[in-house]
Design a protein around this ligand. Structure first.
Ligand code: ZN
Length: 308
């Protein structure tokens, strides 16, 4: 069993409008945009990152907004709900805030004894705010007060027809089963970061999801550095997983592999971080381009939709 993985690093999803996506995450949810760059493989599409002040691992929600992309169809074989951690007693204020903004599908429930507020994002993305004890420092620069501000991820929720092989994989990655309730099994990494929970929801009769706007594209798990990442890669290869080579994503190093349940996993390093090419005070303000796309700057600045 591995001990290098510490919890979530980031979650990456698809959107249909960069402007709407940016407004929702910065204005409604109050996160900080920590990077405005482009998709490595499709540089005419933004890659937007939202998180805490520095984009700490475990706080970063990222999006590929493909203009006018069709909506995904929810189902199994994907990450369903992405959950953020908020302070105890703050759900009422969040419900008021989100309902004033016309956020759809607001409803409250309890999972494993924790109160949560469920809602959908601009493309039908499934989100929850979960009340929990959390010492992380929130970003409060966008008008959401400290007593309610998002602390980072709480968990991600995989929807699977059959949990078996994915549960085994999580255990191999260092997660332990910590609780069960109805059709949901909760896993956590002991001594992980504050985003160390994964829930598996078993839905045997539900068809496979079709990916589109509002779908999660992949979830990334955090390792401290490149040496730990190579250890994880080696172990996954030895177990029979097809893992990509290490890829330089400018702000972290990444490897990817497809899980038995269909969800795409990434393992990403905590180094070098989002302040590698911008001062912390100005993160996310200017358009950053990967070096191989730097020559496209004039064209991309004219082509990409302004998001402010
Ligand atoms: Zn990623």
């Amino acid at each position: 069993m591995l001990n290098q993985i510490k919890g979530l690093h980031h979650v990456t999803s698809l959107a249909s409008s960069a402007k709407r996506n940016n407004a929702f995450f910065t204005e409604a949810l109050g996160l900080r945009r920590v990077k405005k760059t482009v998709n490595f493989d499709a540089p005419d599409v933004y890659h937007l990152y939202y998180g805490d002040e520095t984009g700490s691992p475990g706080s970063v929600m990222t999006y590929f907004p493909f203009p006018n992309a069709g909506r995904g169809r929810p189902g199994t074989g994907e990450v369903g709900t992405t959950s953020f951690s908020v302070p105890k007693g703050s759900l009422k204020a969040w419900a008021d805030r989100l309902s004033q903004r016309g956020t759809p599908d607001l409803r409250q429930d309890t999972r494993f004894g924790q109160d949560r507020l469920l809602f959908t994002g601009p493309d039908g993305d499934a989100f929850a705010l979960v009340e929990s004890e959390d010492e992380r420092e929130p970003w409060t620069g966008n008008g959401v007060s400290e007593d309610m501000a998002i602390r980072g991820f709480h968990s991600a929720d995989m929807r699977l027809r059959d949990a078996g092989a994915s549960a085994e994989l999580l255990k191999f990655m260092g997660y332990e089963e910590i609780d069960r309730e109805d059709n949901v099994t909760r896993f956590a990494v002991p001594e992980g970061n504050d985003a160390n929970i994964i829930d598996i929801e078993t839905l045997p009769g539900v068809g496979f999801a079709a990916q589109g706007a509002g779908s999660v594209h992949h979830i990334a798990f955090a390792v401290e550095n490149r040496a730990r990442q190579l250890e994880v890669r080696e172990a996954l290869l030895d177990t029979g997983y097809q893992v990509t080579p290490v890829i330089d994503r400018d702000y972290f190093w990444a490897i990817y592999f497809r899980t038995p349940g269909g969800v795409l996993f990434e393992v990403a390093t905590n180094e070098p971080g989002f302040d590698t090419d911008e001062d912390t005070a100005h993160l996310g303000e200017s358009l950053k381009l990967p070096s191989q796309h730097a020559h496209l700057r004039d064209r991309l600045e004219r082509y990409l939709e302004p998001i402010e």
